[in-house]
Write a protein that binds this ligand. Structure first.
Ligand code: AHR
Length: 495
């Protein structure tokens, strides 16, 4: 028996659209081939950036894009990536396959991409191997409107006007690939580096500190204690890995037991947010500092035959469920979680798009972002869910996950996930409101005949949303019948 109570008149805060953000790194075929094909490519492009990808991403309204890494960010020297492309320095991408990075996609190309996408740039600076001066000059180069060495250089490189840049990260994973630091040491470095991340003119930077890895609560405690007043946001990274880091498991070849483990692990995001938020509340009870989950998603074994350093994985209904569950959790904690960035947009980890030469396909995760875009900047609605258990091997997790919001038109959108791999579930919804009487109910469902179903270049539309007609009004609200292993969007309009 599943019972959902919706108190539609009770708003619990705004769901920041940035929860639906993305992360794209110089890793494998994310930037090169994924976005960037170069101006001379036969693949249709605008100033070197693929048109098909831009169109697909505009459709899901990606609000913010984090770049250039990841681990790559703490080895990236931005000056190598500006000026005439043929003269740009080449470097080794030591983290990701040891391939040559020709720096053809740099600051100007990234800002152009963001303009084409209509998305806010979020740049991650280099603390691990970069200098304070280098970081200061990058911000000056991008945002200073006037006479200065960096602003003049930007103009020489073809950009007269400064860009608007809001989000700036001071290092990435400095507890690991970004320098293997202790939190006490990084907290001091953060205080120092961020001092020189200046606001030029009316450009106001929102500074993001490197936060903890998964459940490293000590890191959060030290950073909040020592540097809280110097930051606007602090990051959290958590990946859903079904097996071990050495043997993560196939993206497409799994049984129900593995399905269950994956979903259970993705639900752990809620505990992480609760515990990290408790520490943040101690130092920042007003919730001024945002928790920014700027890397999340599934991490499976790479597709057989592909470069292990490129992290190219397929994407099934299981990934769709992970996305649906995780986004419902972020919505629930929208007071503290104000941004999240799925890793990574194209051809890497839990991608929303896969490309092969001129071809492009959309993954099940893409379709979840498409269904969920209605929550962007909407008001979270108070919701109480009593879910039946989904049991497997002596363990249990809730069978249903849900989230509801009211958009600016006054429509209510509810997203449901049925975690059960092979059974449909019925949810009885009690709907309370003094001024919203349910008129029409329309919906979309993402489901498939197998939990391993995924899209391929040969069969690109195997998994795609269909109309959802399994909702019925009742005296107290409505009921929905969710198919096995599905993600559903239900829209309620006023009578
Ligand atoms: O997303 C892949 C990598 O995962 C990122 O570069 C790093 O920050 C994290 O460990």
């Amino acid at each position: 028996m599943n019972k959902l109570t919706l108190n539609a008149d009770l708003k619990k805060g705004k769901i920041n659209k940035n929860i639906y953000g993305h992360f794209s790194e110089h890793l494998g075929r994310c930037i090169y081939e994924g976005y960037w094909v170069g101006e001379d490519s036969s693949i249709p492009n605008t100033r070197g950036i693929r048109n098909d990808v831009v169109e697909a991403l505009r459709n899901i309204k990606i609000p913010v894009l984090r770049w250039p890494g990841g681990c790559f960010a703490d080895e990236y020297h931005w000056k190598d990536g500006v000026g005439p492309r043929e003269k740009r320095a080449r470097m080794i991408n030591t983290h990701w396959g040891g391939v040559i990075e020709n720096n053809h996609f740099g600051t100007h190309e990234f800002m152009d991409l963001c303009e084409q996408l209509g998305t806010e740039p979020y740049i991650c600076g280099n603390v691990g191997s970069g200098t304070v001066q280098e970081m200061q000059e990058w911000v000056e180069y991008m945002t200073f409107d006037g006479e200065s060495p960096m602003a003049n250089w930007r103009k020489e490189n073809g950009r007269e006007e400064p860009w608007k840049l809001k989000y700036f990260g001071v290092g990435n994973e400095n507890w690991g690939c970004g320098g293997n630091m202790r939190p006490e040491y990084y907290a001091d470095l953060y205080r120092r580096y961020q001092t020189y991340v200046r606001n030029y003119g009316d450009n106001k930077i929102f500074k993001i500190a490197c936060g903890p890895n998964v459940d490293d609560y000590y890191w959060m405690e030290v950073l909040m204690r020592e540097a809280c007043r110097f930051m606007d946001g602090i990051s959290l990274h958590y990946y859903t890995v079904t097996g071990t880091w050495e043997n993560k498991g196939s993206a497409t070849d799994f049984d129900e037991e593995k399905w269950f483990i994956t979903l259970k692990k993705s639900l752990f995001m809620e505990e992480l947010i609760q515990k990290h938020s408790t520490i943040m509340d101690k130092y920042d009870p007003e919730k001024r500092v945002h928790l920014i989950v700027d890397e999340w998603g599934t991490w499976h074994d790479v597709e057989p035959g592909t470069n292990p350093g490129f992290l190219y994985q397929q994407n099934t209904m299981r990934d769709a469920l992970v996305a649906g569950i995780t986004l419902n959790i972020f919505n629930k904690y929208c007071e503290r979680v104000q941004m999240a960035n799925i890793a990574q947009t194209i051809n890497v980890l839990q991608a929303v798009i896969l490309t092969r030469g001129a071809e492009m396909i959309l993954t099940p995760t893409y379709h979840v972002f498409d269904l969920y875009k209605v929550h962007q900047d909407a008001d979270l609605i108070d919701l109480h869910l009593q879910s039946e258990d989904y049991e497997m091997g002596g363990e249990s997790i809730p069978a249903v996950s849900a989230s509801a919001s009211m958009d600016s038109n006054g429509d209510i959108n509810i997203t449901f996930c049925n975690l059960k791999a092979s059974e449909g579930v019925k949810v009885d919804c009690i709907f309370n409101s003094t001024d919203f009487r349910i008129g029409s109910m329309t919906g979309k469902v993402l489901a498939a005949d197998e939990i391993t179903a995924h899209n391929t270049f040969e069969e690109p539309d195997r998994v795609k949303p269909a109309a959802f007609n399994a909702a019925e009004k009742t005296e107290t609200g409505f009921t929905v019948n969710l198919p096995a292993a599905s993600v559903v969007l239900l829209t309620l309009k006023r009578e």
